[in-house]
Design a protein around this ligand. Structure first.
Ligand SMILES: Cc1cc2nc3c(=O)[nH]c(=O)nc-3n(C[C@H](O)[C@H](O)[C@H](O)COP(=O)(O)O)c2cc1C
Length: 190
C-alpha cells in the first residue's frame, strides 16, 4: 500500500488548508496508509541555529519533528497545504522547514536519507486576489520538497479565500480538483 503524508501548514487545524487536505484524503478512498499532521498541533520548537546537526546529523532539540519528518521521508507522496501569512508560510510551518535541516541535502552529515522517488503536492491559500503572492508560498514548499529530493507533481493556488465559507462558496472546482488528485493517486494514475 502506498504511504501518503499530509501536512496542514496553518495555525488553524480547521480552516481551508485542513479542509482541502481532508478533500484530498477523501479522494484516496482508504487506498493509502495516511499520516496527517497539522503544524499547529505539533510539539514544534524553533531552530536555534546552532548547526550542531552539521556535525551530528541530528537535532539537539527533541520534539515531534523527528517523527513527522520521518513519515515525510518514508512516504510515496507528500501533500502540503499552507496559507499566506504576510506573503510567506506561517511561522509554525517555517519552523518545521528550519528544523528539517538535519535531513536535507545541504547537510553533509545527514544520517537519515529520504527514500527515492517521493512525489509532492503543494497547495497555497490566500485571502487576496494576486496570484504572484501564492507563487511565493508554492515556491517555499517546492524549495522544502527539493532539498528532500521530493519532486513536485502538482501545485494548486487558491485565491480570494479568507475563511472556510469563502472556500466552500467560491472554490468548489478546486475542492473537486483536490479530491480527484487523491483519486488519481489511489488509482495509480499519477
Ligand atoms: C497572521 C495572518 C496573516 C495573513 N496574511 C495574509 C497575506 O499577507 N495575504 C493574504 O492574501 N492573506 C493573508 N492572510 C489570510 C489567510 O491567508 C487566509 O485567511 C487563509 O484562508 C487561511 O487559511 P486557513 O483557513 O487554512 O488557516 C493572513 C491571515 C493571518 C491569520
Amino acid at each position: 500500500m502506498i504511504k501518503v503524508t499530509c501536512i496542514v501548514g496553518s495555525a488553524r487545524n480547521d480552516g481551508s488548508c485542513a479542509y482541502l487536505t481532508d478533500a484530498f484524503i477523501k479522494g484516496l478512498n482508504g487506498k493509502a496508509q495516511i499520516k496527517k499532521y497539522c503544524v499547529s498541533d505539533m510539539d514544534l520548537h524553533f531552530c536555534k541555529g546552532c548547526k550542531n546537526c552539521y556535525e551530528m546529523g541530528e537535532c539537539v532539540t527533541r520534539d515531534d519533528v523527528q517523527s513527522v519528518v520521518g513519515d515525510i521521508m518514508t512516504s510515496d507522496y507528500v501533500f502540503m497545504a499552507a496559507p499566506s501569512y504576510w506573503a510567506g508560510v506561517p511561522a509554525q510551518l517555517k519552523a518545521l522547514f528550519d528544523r528539517t535541516t538535519p535531513y536535507g541535502d545541504t547537510n553533509p552529515k545527514r544520517i537519515v536519507n529520504p527514500k527515492d522517488g517521493i512525489k509532492g503536492i503543494a497547495v497555497a491559500v490566500r485571502a487576496g486576489t494576486r496570484q504572484a503572492e501564492n507563487e511565493l508560498i508554492i515556491s517555499s514548499i517546492e524549495h522544502y520538497f527539493g532539498h528532500l529530493g521530493i519532486q513536485t507533481i502538482k501545485a494548486i493556488s487558491v485565491l480570494q479565500t479568507d475563511t472556510l465559507s469563502d472556500l466552500l462558496e467560491k472554490n468548489e472546482k478546486i475542492i473537486a480538483e483536490v479530491t480527484r488528485l487523491g483519486e488519481d493517486i489511489a488509482n495509480n494514475r499519477l
